[in-house]
Design a protein around this ligand. Structure first.
Ligand code: SF4
Length: 67
């Protein structure tokens, strides 16, 4: 059951890559736009996994784990 929700504030993201470094299972870097931004692979998960590390490491609090 997907009871963990990942909220991502793309506007706040400064593209530092820290989330991808600590949690490559769910965070990739999207270089397709004019600015590099992070991108979650999934936003509904059954287990938090490394997403809590991604949220903790983000310098601009763009990642929130709910649930
Ligand atoms: S850690 Fe935060 S600011 Fe850095 S790329 Fe990830 S979401 Fe963006």
């Amino acid at each position: 059951m997907a009871n963990i929700i990942i909220e991502f504030d793309k506007d706040a993201c400064i593209g530092c890559g820290s989330c991808n470094a600590v949690c490559p299972d769910n965070w990739v870097m999207d270089e397709s736009g004019s600015e590099v931004k992070a991108k979650p692979i999934k936003t509904k998960l059954s287990e938090v996994g490394c997403n809590s590390d991604a949220a903790d490491t983000c310098p601009v609090d763009a990642i929130k784990v709910i649930g």
